[in-house]
Structures are given as C-alpha cells and as structure tokens.
Design a protein around this ligand. Structure first.
Ligand code: ZN
Ligand code: ZN
Length: 302
C-alpha cells in the first residue's frame, strides 16, 4: 500500500501551524507519495451565515466564538474567503516546485451545509479544487453549541448528525467521510442508539461506495478511560468494528494541522488500529464531482 494522505490543513484555518510548503515538505520527508491539501473550506458571505446562527445560540461559549468569527471573518475555524485564491495559487506553485517528488491535489474539508451546496458544486465545476471531503463538524450553524464534537451530546444530537451525514453523502459532492465517528467524542457510551447511528452511517457510505476515514486527529489526543474501557475519542473501536462487519472502504487521514503531525509513528499507529479492526484499507479513491447537470443553463457543459 502506498503512503498517501488527503487531509492536510495549514496555518490559514486559524488553528494550525505551517504554510503550504512546510506541510508538503514534511509529507515528502516521511515518504508520502500522494498528498491532498484539504483546508477547512472558506465560505463566501460568512458573516451573514454567522448572523443567521444567532437564534440558535444556547451558551456563552458560542457567543464568544461567534463574536470572534465575526470580527476576523473566518478564524479560528476557516480562512477568510478572500484568502482562497492565494491559498490555491500557493498549492499550484508547490505542485511545480515539488514535481517528481510528490503528487499534490487540491481539496477542501467541508460541512454538509445545504445553503452552500451550490457553492461547493461551483468549486468542483470550475476545477478550483479536485475534491471535497465531508467533515461534518456542525449542524446548520458554525457555532459551538451546534458542534458535533461538543461534550454532552444528546440522543437527539447523534440522530441529527446521522440524518445530516446521510443527506450530505447523497449529494455526490463529497469523496469521503472524514472522522465519521466524531459524534462519539461527546457521546461517551456505545448504547443501542450509538450502534444504530454507526450502522446507518456505515451502511449509507457502503451503499454509495464512499470511503470512511480513520482520523489521526483523535489519536493525537491519546487513549481515554471511557466507562471502564481504554478508547480513543475517535477513532472509536466499537464504531470501526461495525465498519469492518459492513465492509466499508477505509482511508487513513492525518488531519495534519502542523508539519510535525506528519510522522511515521502516527502512520504505524493508524495502520495498527486498522489491522486490529480488520479494516479494508485503500490508499486512493474516486474524486466525486457532484452533479454538473444541475448547472445546465448557467454554464456550458463540457
Ligand atoms: Zn474535521
Ligand atoms: Zn480536518
């Protein structure tokens, strides 16, 4: 199997370190052959999007993150929209500079936000990026109390996550599902409901032939004692036993936010986890392009 990674952030998202070039160099240094640069997707009209979230605010942390995001128009979750072209230009420069050493692709990690589906489709249609992955961090609004990785997730929250993810995968915009088990970080019991949600997500991905990602970001937080078991917050062993049973294609994602996140110790740890759970590993996948026909009339179809 080739060493590949399609989930790479930079300093631009506001919670990472290292520029595009530093990330590429670190990936080359550890022997990665194919690299997808995959920042949190910049969103146009982000301030308006955030303002619409005000009625959904339930706690002070969300107020603070909203105020911060409004001021900076992006960070600390995603780069400001006006930085996108520069970011993509720098990736193109890296493609030239490192030609022959590594294959570089352009992608974005995006939430299943229906109001942005036309925008996502345009990014693919105009070849701004090669692919999108679904990193479904938020329900409708990018504020903390709508965050699917928050503590104290309720049964309602996890079913909402499940419904959102199923719908998003069906659009054909997203080539793989990043950290599918993010919801278990704050729902720390693998009861019947968690099993149902896990099974539904794995089945939907299998039906659509969309790979699931074992994400190193959760592994970097280390093993935790969760109700008497040693588990990662994600990847969650119980979730991945279900993925193994259903036979999902599984891709490894470093979710690198710092050049030092690229290291072979982490790669081996992910491989070990995948082998322990008998996962069907793949090192590449089809770049899904959504549905161009929807744009007929607005664009010439190639
Ligand atoms: Zn993510
Ligand atoms: Zn990520």
């Amino acid at each position: 199997m080739k060493k590949t990674n399609y989930h790479t952030h930079t300093y631009r998202c506001g919670h990472g370190e290292g520029d595009e070039k530093a990330m590429v160099q670190a990936a080359i240094d550890m022997g990665i052959e194919k690299l997808g640069m995959c920042e949190h997707v910049p969103l146009p009209h982000y301030r308006q999007h955030l303002l619409k979230s005000i009625p959904a605010i339930r706690n002070i942390r969300s107020v603070l993150s909203l105020v911060r995001a409004l001021i900076y128009n992006g960070p600390n979750m995603r780069m400001p929209y006006k930085q996108m072209d520069e970011h993509l230009d720098v990736i193109r420069q890296c493609q030239n500079e490192f030609d022959g050493q590594i294959q570089i692709y352009k992608g974005f990690e995006a939430e299943g936000l229906e109001e942005y589906y036309d925008y996502y489709q345009t990014l693919l249609y105009e070849h701004k990026v090669d692919y999108l992955i679904l990193g479904h961090h938020f329900h409708k609004h990018c504020i903390h109390n709508c965050y699917y990785g928050k503590a104290n997730m309720t049964k309602k929250d996890i079913y909402q996550y499940c419904n959102d993810v199923e719908k998003a995968l069906e659009t054909g915009l997203f080539s793989y599902l990043a950290h599918p088990d993010l919801f278990l970080q704050g729902y720390q019991q693998f009861d019947l409901d968690a099993q149902t949600v896990s099974r539904r997500i794995c089945q939907k991905a299998k039906e659509l032939n969309i790979p699931l990602e074992v994400n190193a970001g959760g592994m970097r937080k280390g093993l935790r004692d969760i109700q008497g078991e040693e588990l990662y917050l994600y990847p969650n062993a119980h979730f991945w036993d279900i993925a193994s049973e259903i036979g999902n294609d599984v891709i490894l994602g470093f979710d690198a936010h710092n050049p030092s996140d690229f290291n072979n110790a982490m790669y081996d740890q992910m491989i070990r986890f995948a082998n322990e759970h008998h996962l069907k590993l793949i090192d590449e996948f089809e770049f899904l392009q959504g549905n161009f026909e929807k744009f007929q009339g607005e664009y010439d179809i190639r």
